[in-house]
Write a protein that binds this ligand. Sequence first.
Ligand code: G
Ligand code: MN
Length: 270
Amino acid sequence: MTLSADFDPTRAESRQLRVAHRLAHALAHQGLQVVYQPEVDLQTRQLVSLEALCRWHDDELGPVAPDEFIAVAEARGLIVPLGEYMLGQALADLPEVLRRWPQARVAVNVSGVELARPDFAVRTAAAIRSVNPALAAHLELEVTESVFHHNVPVVRQNLLALRELGMTVAIDDFGTGQSSLARLHTLPFDKIKFDRSFVQALEDPMVQAIVKAMVELARNFSRTLVVEGIETPAQLAQLVALGCRVGQGYLLCRPCALDDLPARPHWPTA
Ligand code: G
Ligand code: MN
């Protein structure tokens, strides 16, 4: 591995410490925002799920990208409180979500660090129960293939226990991790979110064949396939032709505050 000439480990570490410090402050003072990005039925334009995404604009640091602060949270022991905060927000917003879209689920992203904790399911169940146990049937967990770097039997136990309550499980960014196909059958899941990198390479006939195969795989096992990162009408048309039913992406709807979400997203066609 080569490091660029201006890479300074001391400086990188001090940035990480500063972000961690400010993030802890934001968590303690309600300084994080939640936006929602819909998953949409590509034929009916009906909203299927809303993915809760964390956004942060710090008074001192300015806007900090989720990729950066999630990695810092994982490294510095803040991912558990961050996850609890996002679940709390999702639970608080669910009554309004269900008033507008009675069939919808709200999806929260969870880190392998959280899922590998033996008490994750118990604590999550307690948080739901303290608001309204019926809301479990309207919650989804998004997990990435990075969970395979953690204690997989514990992860499995947590997912199984939460599915018992009615929650569903989505494999996020599918296709980017290592040995994803080889390990897919080892976790309980309801939905596959197909990574946006495939959409970006759709002109490649091999990628088209992969998308088709995923559509078949999901159909044969009664799993939902959601294609992420749809940005252009041409991509959308091609995905629909390949059999895709549900999608997410800037073309369909950008992440936005709950109050600003359209009842039924509208998008330009090719
Ligand atoms: O890993 P996950 O798929 O949960 O990441 C969601 C992130 O992807 C969010 O930060 C969201 O803003 C971003 N995102 C959503 N739709 C699109 C899209 O169409 N294109 C790109 N480049 N990013 C997107
Ligand atoms: Mn996600």
